[in-house]
Design a protein around this ligand. Structure first.
Ligand code: AMP
Length: 230
């Protein structure tokens, strides 16, 4: 059975880090709509030029654009054994469109990473990404073997680590508001399903990763009972 996983949770909950780690371990693609958009901005594509200002102010890109991007991405062969979606869906309209895209595929597994807002602000204002490859510095630390590394450089490509333009404090507050208004309703949308689980994102990264695996196995084993794994 393919693992078709959605990571839900506010910005800064650790979705990207966990999605990357899980996808790598299972050999399935991580599809981050934020990464796709940042790459489009970096490459000055038409979509990139249209979305840059929206992203910089912490707003959401239009549903039609986002649904189009994900629909195209899910037609590629590498999602056959599954995928991890990070940052999509972010609105009920996107979730409804995704359900339609899943017609004839294995069911979605939905994991919500729960983290209180004060902690999110702290995390977002201190996180770094690589300005060349867009990698998340925290995610790239995972799996480190203890070798000496330059903390200002990306482990994957050696690029400079910088703050994301939308991790600036004022924009962080706006993104959290947008999350509450547009994306949090997705918890209600999905939590009635047997394939929904919530996990505690305040734990160390390894424990969150272990809970994620346990949640997915629990869903696979019994298709079953809902609850928060701690
Ligand atoms: P992320 O890296 O997931 O935090 O996304 C960064 C920014 O990209 C968001 O603040 C939005 O402006 C935009 N974005 C990413 N995914 C979506 C989506 N599914 N719907 C709308 N906007 C998105």
């Amino acid at each position: 059975m393919a693992i078709n996983l959605i990571m839900l949770g506010p910005p800064g909950a650790g979705k990207g880090t966990q999605a990357e780690r899980f996808a790598r371990a299972r050999g399935i693609p991580k599809i981050s709509t934020g990464d796709i958009l940042r790459e489009a901005v970096h490459n000055h594509t038409e979509i990139g030029q249209n979305v840059r200002a929206i992203m910089d102010r912490g707003d959401l890109v239009g549903d039609d654009v986002m649904i189009g991007i994900v629909r195209e991405r899910l037609t590629r062969a590498d999602v056959r054994l599954g995928f991890v979606l990070d940052g999509f869906p972010r609105t009920v309209a996107q979730a409804t469109a995704l359900d339609q895209m899943m017609d004839g595929r294995d069911p979605l597994i939905v994991v919500d990473i729960v983290v209180p807002e004060a902690e999110l602000v702290r995390r977002l204002s201190s996180r770094l990404i690589c300005e060349d490859c867009g990698g998340n510095a925290d995610a790239l630390k995972e799996g480190a073997t203890g070798e000496k590394v330059d903390p200002r450089r990306c482990r994957r490509c050696g690029g400079h680590l910088v703050q994301r333009t939308d991790d600036d404090n004022a924009v962080v507050i706006e993104r959290l508001k947008v999350y509450q208004r547009a994306t949090k309703p997705l918890v209600d949308f999905y939590s009635v399903r047997d394939t929904f689980r919530a996990i505690d994102g305040m734990q160390p990264t390894d424990s969150v990763a272990a809970d994620l695996v346990a949640a997915i196995e629990a869903v696979g084993n019994n298709g079953g009972a809902r609850g928060v794994l701690r």
